[in-house]
Design a binder for this molecule. Sequence first.
Ligand code: HXC
Length: 256
Amino acid sequence: MAEVVVAERREHVGIARLNRPDARNALSIEVMEMLCELVEAWDRDPEVRAIVVAGSDEYFAAGADIKAMRERSFQEALVNPMTSYWPRLASVSTPMIAAVSGYALGGGCELALTCDMIVASETAEFGQPEIMLGIIPGGGGTQRLARVIGKQRAMELVLTGRRIDAQEAFRMGIVNRVAKKKEWLDAAVELADVIARRPPLAVRFGKQAVLAADETPLKAGLDNERRLYELSMGTEDRLEGMSAFIEKRRPDFKGR
Ligand code: HXC
């Protein structure tokens, strides 16, 4: 039987493809566990410098597995690992790009929002339809959406369950780039590849510093940025980057 998450490598970019076509890539425990283990293993591998999380042409992910959720009692829901996967993915230091074609709904939308950037196909549709099922988002949707698009708009999407297309998501700032129908994955990998060619330690510091903008007051975020900047000044790669600039040659970054 095919794996529910398929791993692929293109040079320094790791591509994790959700592969549960019969259920529109619904995020079962098995899918989320496998995705987390794969991404965490790549996070420990210095050869992997950027990660792309993708689905298929038709669907990124239709959310958590409603059939499994339907059978879960309240007590079981309290100890179920489902809500632990999004924080695990959010702890990854390697930059992550969601490549979204087709539906990214519920937990699928939250998975895309947990990534650092989103490249969408013109066919992509985003939404938090949980309200229609009698629940609310549980994978960070209310918080990440509100931080990205603002309270008013997040409120509307969470309380109505309305789906938005790629262009509307782009206008709201959810999506970094909208790519043509057949080009979405290549566009995401291209962006990942640009990042993968940058000095890896500085990339990690940069990700950490930008994330702090969401998570800390300004003063703490600025203090954190200064410390990370100072750390970047301690790397061999910054000497290489600065020397290469002065010597008018391409830098050769080593991740040290
Ligand atoms: C389980 C799902 C599923 C899901 C689709 N399927 N989405 N199974 N969980 N989230 C199954 C259907 O039951 C069906 O199975 C098969 O996939 C095809 O689905 P259709 O609906 O027939 O396909 P289509 O008409 O193409 O519509 C696609 C769709 C729709 C728009 C994506 O399936 C849909 O609305 N899905 C649910 C979206 C949703 O509400 N997501 C939020 C989930 S809650 P059979 O057996 O009939 O062939 C959530 C909470 C997160 O995400 C909490 C995180 C902690």
